[in-house]
Design a protein around this ligand. Sequence first.
Ligand code: ARG
Length: 575
Amino acid sequence: YFRRRIASKLSRVFERSEDEFISSLYAIPVSKKQQSPDFRLSINSLRLNGILPANGDLQTQTTALAHQLKQDSVVEEIFAGPGVINFRVCQTLLIQKVLEQLSKERHEFGMRSELFHGLKKGTTLVEFSSPNIAKKFHAGHLRSTIIGNFIANLKEFLGNNVVRVNYLGDWGMQFGLLGAGFQHFGCQEKLKINPLQHLFDVYVQVNKEAENNDIIGKAARDFFKQLEQNEPQAMSLWKQFRDISVIEYQQVYKRLGVHFDVYSGESFHQQQAQEVVEQLQTRGLLKTTETGTRVVDVSQSGDMSSYSTVLRSDGTSLYITRDIAAAINRMELYNFDEMIYVTDKSQGTHFQQLFQILLAMGYSWAERCQHVPFGLVQGMKTRLGDVLFLEDVLDEAKARMLRNMSQAKTTKDIDDPEDTAEKVGISALIIQDFKGALVSDYKFDWDRVLQTRGDTGVFLQYTHARLCSLIHQHGDGEEGTTDPSLLLDQRSISVLQHLLRYDEVIYQSAHDLQPKHLVNFLMTLSHLAALAHKDLPVKGSTPAVAQARLQLFRGICTVLGNGMNILGITPVEKM
Ligand code: ARG
């Protein structure tokens, strides 16, 4: 509403449409020291959009424009700053409008913003998690799982049609090793009892043996060859590995609150991979090296290092060959408007090459594909030692959280402390992971992750739970009409000003696919909420004041919950 009003003023001065100004206006972060203006317009952005000439003196342009804009009952104050124009909106109107929107839109609060018009709509395919069967599910897969889930949630909230794909590492030479290994050291009984552990043990053992034993190496190559030729016996063993593993993964995903629409995998595309090679051949993109492998020159500069191998000399396909096939197949199936791959940054070159090869093959939609890389997590350990499986991390988070909770005094009225500990523990992991730029590495430290104070997931949940309990005790203030003049204090105004930024923050996160903007926003909201909770008592206030405050708290609680849901965190009501 306010952005529109200001844009309309600007549109009159420049005789252009209001829409051209919407994205140049942004809400100012709340500052502790001074009463900040609510919105800001950067003169540079007008220059960039060709609305103002880029060669004039910036400050002269700024002051001149500030003079031309007239204040009114909605926009009460307009003043020039260095290269910017500040707008302060009528504070009672601010209170009224934000509260109104909060109670009308609830879970959609901020999600219908005009700022989102420029974002990509349609079908978004997000490929994430994608663990390798038989190898360990490491911290990197945890990152991919929660980041991918966040991106998928965000796109879904923005109204895109989202397809969540888990592309299992279920093919390749390692299955030759695993198959051959299982024939030597495997045990059907153990496979039934603890499949991931057993497959992993076999894999470790066979790798060790293969180092000094050529027979194993040959057996592995033979086994994989049999798989590539769809030999029934080998296939049935492989299928057993795969099915059992998927069931195990699903249990962990359930704990994380993550689901997939499709479990695909590299194995699905091994036949198509051969067709890809033929297509590359017909298009003259293939070269044969001295050793008989088939490569694509992705740089067209003839430099060997830019060759990407797509076929081994024995005719078996590679990781990239299957990725090319998978991408083409997904385009045929879903006709996606964008496709996002979430993996650690070491695969950056792989995806660059993948997209280049697709373009070279004439698939211009490769431009709609994007890789979202993330950094390493160092030192993620449990009491049992290095993390082998994701489950260990979740168990550890839960156990530690349960211990912390038993020392807090409120825990006794929680119906299901185990479930709460699990949810809060997972929130803590997610927030820790989402605080910085995804591409950065970070050191993992349990104590820091689970702190109650500071910018942690525990603090976020705690704030949410406190507000829930307040509302539970006193009602949500939604039945009465709030007199805005009762919320003119600095605490309330700060919260409402901060809420004005919600759509911008969602926009930023959707634009660069980084959750940190939303995390920071929610942290600040929690800190503002804690101050408001302390200074604006409900108990002992007049009914009208109590009602107004409850409505404010209800609003904060809703936005906290909405934001947490996008991040992939389940908000708890008690803790
Ligand atoms: N399974 C791979 C790994 O664990 C990740 C798969 C990434 N996706 C892809 N389309 N290549 O490293």
